[in-house]
Design a protein. Sequence first.
Length: 447
Amino acid sequence: MTVASTAHADPLTRAGIARRAWPIILANASVPLLGLVDTAVIGHYGSTADLGALALGALLFNFVYWSFGFLRMATTGFIAQAAGAGDEAEVRAALARPLLMGAGLGVVIWLLQWPLAVGYFAVMDASDAVAATGREYFSARVWGAPAALALYALSGALVGLGRSRSLLAVQLLLNGLNAGLDVLLAGTLDLGARGIGLGTAIAEWTTCVVAAWLVWRVLRARHRDATHFLDWQRIADRARLRRTLVANGDIMVRTLCLLAGFGWFARQGATFGDATLAANHLLLQLVSFSAFFLDGFAYVAEAQVGRAVGARDRAGFRRAVRLTSELALATALLLAVSVWLGGDAVIKALTSLGEVATLAGVYLPWAGLYVLLSVAAFQLDGVFIGATGTRQMRNAGLISLAMFLACALPMAATWGNHGLWAAFVLFVVARVLALLPYYRRLERGLR
């Protein structure tokens, strides 16, 4: 029986979507908890320079790794489509390409570690003590770069194959082992920020090996075709390699557009004073927390849409989009109402600074509105990742960023931080409006 026929024998339901989504939600939610552990360990056992070095060093890795997030997203789409078409040889090849690419990029980052670290901490205008400690943290953690980027490809494979519980296990192992090593190396052995970096690198390599073993077991069980387990001729096929590279480049541009939009929002908020900057930061934490839930349904949409596209199943495509969107919309509405009604209590729990809490309460309705409207962007991203419509995602990223920048300055000048938040909401709405025409063409193309 082919994979495609198996998918038809197991019809998609709302309960099934929920079962697939909750492990992803938990996996996503575990990520910021690790940052809290890192900060707490250094805050208790390290120095001020250690804490500053950790903050700046982690920011650099977050930016670099997030820029390479295409290794996860494109892998999900290609693997889901190959699985939907019943092409098991291509499933394995679609993983091998980004896996090798991620490991190679990680090696390049490791080779360029000295100019990266020196240049970055100079640009950030860090003190001598923070810069020196930051370079120690960077030089320790950078050893894990090949494993960290390879993990993106492995995680994409698990999502594309619908193995969300395995993804949760991998993420919990990574974060749990990392947290334990933080306490051991930075706390017990008193290695400071360098110990945090070393613990992260060890956790990344360990988790990469475990994830590779899990994925290998899944692929071996699916290996019923007559070809070799790894068909190197197919892996190195020029047309498929080019398609992979183009898709990865498109997603990278789209990701950089999002980073630029969020960075511009933070920068403009700072022009209204430190209290407004801090208030906006607190509200963005509520937005980020909501994203954990909405991402869960988007990930399920990626896998199910990819299978439908691979099988040329228009009815299955429509059902996957409709059911995941229904649950995502209900979740977004619940989250938005929670922000509007309970946001003040959360803000007061996060800060004891009266002025900051008051300002955050003033702009709280905008955060709730952003959460509610962003669900369409999450869902469309999931659809286009599953369909590997990366060119459309790139175009939508560029269009929405241009609209945001065009609106942000005059609106902020006229209405202050209210205007900035209104432009920020338009930023996410513009992504939806830019993708909708492409969505109709995508659906029509599945006849």
